[in-house]
Design a protein around this ligand. Structure first.
Ligand code: PMP
Length: 369
């Protein structure tokens, strides 16, 4: 068995020489590298999950509700309550993390002979899932300030005629939101080039100063908004992502979803979490305040910071970001090096974790001057 590597196997050509996605999972005191919510679920919610899962366990001899109707109904209610835009069960689809939502969208609307575009730097899994589904990936441009330059983006869409357009707002890893007018203009450009699907990835929208783009779904059947319970709901370990779109889009993704993809345990746990929405959104408010404090303090220390609408902050500039990453790690704080020259990203943690981070970057600044 020894000595056989991936590339010795008859793997697909596009997978040769590639490495799997993943941030380092290091055992350090302060981990601020994967945009997780630092607050564990509150004890009453843990109890409620145990109750709901116990109930579900009694029926584990049966397959789960294949269409996850109760869960989708509650997700639709959450979206309606928080956006003021009426979302119904027929508009919502759920899967194991928004990564799986994105995979199902690319399996449905991308695939061999088709292409998808994203404006980079952005969430690198869009491109990786594209590759995994045989969809060609086009790296669209962003300006030096990490905003989407509309003229350049329109040109890229017109030239490449992609089948799927990704817009991540707030963007990961840079943290800035995309103005609704820009998303609308990109939608129009995408429809003019070829009737393509526009996927707005709102994984971090609950942390934004601005509003969700859900109201834009009205009258736009080629628009999809994707969401997750991994960030605002503090449930990254649950693996629950979902989308809102025209009911025809929900019908279309059912052509590619695996039957019973969402386990009864997942559905029960997500339903319990949704019962505690108000408490969980309370943590979001604390995190937003901490995010704003990080921005202020980093600037006061002399760092450059990209305006953030997410639960993380991109800061710089470093002559050598990877060396800076290592120096911050030497202080016991793990941040993220996304490979963007000059920049690092830190997720907002608890006040104590953020203090430890700020101490580390202040020390770094002193060492450098
Ligand atoms: N979209 C964006 C922009 C993300 O940053 C992430 C997670 N890092 C995801 C989607 C995927 O999240 P999940 O699969 O946990 O829902």
């Amino acid at each position: 068995m020894n000595g056989v590597r991936i590339d010795d196997l008859p793997v697909r050509d596009e997978l040769r020489g590639k490495s799997p996605y993943g941030a380092p999972q290091l055992d350090v005191p302060v981990r601020l590298n994967t945009n997780e919510n630092p607050y564990p679920l509150p004890e009453p919610l843990v109890e409620r999950i145990a109750e709901r899962v116990r109930e579900a366990a009694r029926n584990l001899n049966r397959y789960p509700d294949r269409d996850a109707v109760e869960l989708r109904t509650q997700l639709a209610k959450y979206l309606t309550d928080t956006s003021g835009h009426e979302v119904g069960v027929a508009n919502v689809w759920a899967a194991n993390g928004s990564n799986e939502v994105i995979q199902q969208l690319l399996q449905t609307f991308g695939g061999p002979g088709r292409t998808a575009i994203g404006f980079e730097p952005s969430y690198s899994m869009h491109g990786l899932i594209a590759r995994g589904t045989g969809t060609g990936w086009i790296s669209g441009p962003r300006g030096d300030d990490f905003t989407i330059d509309l003229a350049a983006a329109r040109k890229a869409i017109a030239e490449n005629q992609p089948d799927v357009v990704f817009v991540t707002t707030p963007n990961n890893p840079t943290g800035n939101a995309v103005p609704p007018e820009t998303v609308l203009a990109l939608y129009e450009a995408a429809q003019a080039a070829k009737p393509s699907m526009v996927v707005v990835d709102e994984a971090y929208i609950e942390f934004s100063h601005g509003d969700s783009l859900l109201p834009l779904l009205e009258g736009r059947p080629h628009l999809v908004v994707s969401r997750t319970m991994s960030k605002a709901f503090g449930a990254a370990g649950l693996r629950l992502g979902y989308l809102a779109a025209h009911p025809a889009v929900v019908d279309a993704v059912q052509l590619v979803r695996l039957p019973y993809h969402l386990s009864a345990v997942t559905q029960a746990t997500a339903l319990a979490a949704l019962e505690h929405t108000d408490t969980l959104l309370g943590y979001v408010e604390q995190l937003k305040a901490e995010r704003d404090r990080l921005v202020r303090e980093l600037r006061a220390t002399g760092y450059e910071v990209v305006e953030s609408d997410a639960n993380f902050v991109q800061f710089g500039r470093f002559e050598d970001a990877h060396t800076a990453w290592r120096q911050i790690l030497d202080h016991g704080v793990l941040v993220r090096d996304n490979g963007i020259p000059g920049w690092l990203r830190v997720s907002a943690g608890t006040p104590e974790e953020n203090d430890a981070f700020l101490d580390a970057v202040r020390a770094l600044k002193k060492e450098q001057s």
